[in-house]
Design a protein around this ligand. Sequence first.
Ligand SMILES: Nc1ncnc2c1ncn2[C@@H]1O[C@H](COP(=O)(O)OP(=O)(O)OP(=O)(O)O)[C@@H](O)[C@H]1O
Ligand SMILES: [Mg+2]
Length: 355
Amino acid sequence: MAGIEVTALHKRYPDGTVAVDHVDLSIGDGELFVMLGPSGCGKTTTLRAIAGLERQTTGDIRIGDTLVNDLPPAERDIAMVFQFYALYPHLRTRDNLAFPLRAEGLPKSEVHKRVEEAARLMRLGPLMDRRPRRLSGGEQQRVALARALVRRPRAFLMDEPLTNLDAELRADMRTEIKHLQGQLGTTMVYVTHDQVEAMSLGHRIAILNKGRVEQIGTPLEVYDRPASLFCAEFIGSPPMNLIEVEVVDGKLHSKGGLVLTPPPGLPRDRSLVAGVRPEALEVTEPGAEGSVPARVVSAEGLGDEVIYVVDHGGQRDVRVRMPPTVRFATDASVGLRHSGGTPAVYDVHTEDLVA
Ligand SMILES: Nc1ncnc2c1ncn2[C@@H]1O[C@H](COP(=O)(O)OP(=O)(O)OP(=O)(O)O)[C@@H](O)[C@H]1O
Ligand SMILES: [Mg+2]
C-alpha cells in the first residue's frame, strides 16, 4: 500500500485546453480521498495522469516512494474502475475475475485463492457462473470492483463508478465501497461530481474548479467553512445562503435587519457576504422574539423537512430548512431568525473565505 503525492500537476492538451492547472494533492496511505467538482473541472484528467493513462505536461506524481512519471500504467501497481465498466461479455464472473491474474502469470492455486477471496468480499457467490448479460447493473459493478480487488494493487482509482446505477443501488454500493476500503486499508482516490457521495465517502475531499484545487478538507470542514464562494455554492443541498452584510460595531448586519456575530479576524473596508446554512435559519411567526420580517416565496415539503424560500430585505432566495410540521403558506408574512452558529464570511471581490 502507498500514499500518493501529486506535485504541481499541469495538463495542457494539444488544442490548448488547460485541464489541470498546477494541482497539489497529498493523499495518505490508506486514505479514501475524494475529488469532487463540476463537469469539466479536471477530475478524470488528474486521475488518468495518476494512473499513467495520460501524460502530464509538467509536474510530478509519486506512488509510495516511487516517482512514477515515466512508468507505464502496468508498472504503477494501481487498479482503476471507470464509470463504464468493461467486463468481458463472453466470460463468466469467475473468469472475468481471474483474467487479469492469469495475464500476470500467477500460479493457478494463487489465482483461485484470490478470486475466492474477492468473491467473498463482494458477495458474488451466487453470481460466479453467470455471464455479464445475466447480471444487473449493480451486480456488474460489483464484479468490476472485485476484478480491481483481486489484483491487490497499492491504490484504487475510481472514476464515477456508480453513476450508471439507480439511487438505491448507488447508496448500497457506496456503503459497500466504504466498508471494503476500510477493511482492506488500501489507498483510494474516488472521483465524483455528486457532493452527497463525496460527503458520505471521503475521509477528505478535494474540491476542484476549472483545473484548480479550491479546497481540501474533511467533509465537516468543507461543509462548515467552505474556502470560497464556489465551494459554498457547490456543497450542500440546498446550498449555503450568501447574504450581503455590512459591518456595524463589529457585527454583521443584513439589509433586512438580521444581525449575525462574525468569527474573529474580520477584515475592514471590504464588501462582504455572510454564508449561512439553511439549517442555521428559522422561519417563525411574524414578530417572534429575535426575528426580522420576511415573506414566504415558496415552501417545498420533502416529507422529512420543509425547505422555505423567503424574501429577506429584497433578497428573494434565502433558503431555510425546517421540520416537516411547521407550515407557512406562500406569500405569508413571517419572521426570519438566525438560530445560532457562526457564519462563514466571504470577500465579494476575491470570493475567498476571510473569516
Ligand atoms: N483529449 C482532450 N483534448 C482536449 N481537451 C480535453 C481532452 N480531454 C479532456 N479535455 C478537456 O479538459 C477539461 C477537463 O476534462 P476532464 O475530463 O478531466 O473533466 P472531468 O472533471 O472529469 O469532467 P466530468 O465530470 O464531465 O467527467 C475539460 O474542459 C475537457 O473538455
Ligand atoms: Mg470525468
